[in-house]
Design a protein around this ligand. Sequence first.
Ligand SMILES: NC(=O)c1ccc[n+]([C@@H]2O[C@H](COP(=O)([O-])OP(=O)(O)OC[C@H]3O[C@@H](n4cnc5c(N)ncnc54)[C@H](O)[C@@H]3O)[C@@H](O)[C@H]2O)c1
Length: 326
Amino acid sequence: MATRALVTGAGGFIGHHLVKHLVDQGYWVRGVDIKHPEYEPSPSHEFQLLDLRRFDNCLIATRGIDEVYHLAADMGGIGYITAFHAEIARNSAMINIHMLEAARINAAERFLFSSSACVYPMYLQKSPDVTNLKEDDAYPAEPEEGYGTEKLFMEELCKYYNEDYSFETRVVRFHNVYGPLGTYEGGKEKAPAAISRKLALANDGDEIEVWGDGEQTRSFMHVDDCVEGIYRIMRSDYPHPLNLGTDELVTINELVDMVAEISDKRITKRHDLSKPQGVRGRNSDNSRLREVLGWEPGIPLREGLTPTYRWIESELRTAGRVPQPA
Ligand SMILES: NC(=O)c1ccc[n+]([C@@H]2O[C@H](COP(=O)([O-])OP(=O)(O)OC[C@H]3O[C@@H](n4cnc5c(N)ncnc54)[C@H](O)[C@@H]3O)[C@@H](O)[C@H]2O)c1
């Protein structure tokens, strides 16, 4: 019989891609979210609209499930997560605590929690010349307020469930995921999608707004690498937190230049220093990931950005906001 997987957050960006991947691997998949995927129907075998802040709904979602891929969270880009600390921490804490307990009660075999690089201490991320972050660097803790603090607590809760109940948990710290079918406007979009939207809407020679001075550094992982990594980590027997990201470090200015090149438009940048820019520099140390999996994300940023930009451009073209090519 096919393994029965639950993907929470299946109406969201990574969750939707993960459902596709698991279905391709021959899994029976139940997707759960408070909304359907925005841009195409879910290929899951069953899709339930449930608010996972409620424990009774978490029990419904986890019934008869072998593997739980728990991605549902209240989250967005840097503008969103710095503006709504209470709401984000409260919503995600309720979802996480209830999901973990419901999965245990319904005897799921494995539970994977999608954590974030936002758990890493702010004091290690003050310079654009970063030292790549290793899993053990999370302590002494000084995570991103709200979103990161809540993720760190849930990581610990997974550890306690593993220790006290022998419940098989996996904890994955994603580093900036991008790709087609991700939110690209409305306030919850991340830098690659926001920049792609701005470029797609710009005319040759226009000025593009960039948040901060653009010298802040990050690494970005294509969503295909992300779902492959999730799948492999779930199969592994490693219960402790693992980074999942690339270590290809770029400044946001370089990211803008790459997208401009893909769009074939010459633009100038207008830096808005009043906008949130997050930590000054962050990169993933993949030593442990390589040790555990013998694998790491490998899609180069320039390569992954091209289909991402093209998809956003075609969405805006369909909406009549980008002119049809001559
Ligand atoms: N995208 C990234 O760069 C990134 C980086 C680090 C961590 N993560 C983590 O990965 C996971 C997936 O992220 P994503 O980028 O796909 O985000 P997303 O916002 O696209 O997906 C999250 C989904 O959770 C759903 N959700 C929110 N509240 C819910 C509720 N009460 N009940 C049921 N569903 C609810 C949302 O509707 C959304 O579809 C999240 O846990 C996120 O914190 C993502």
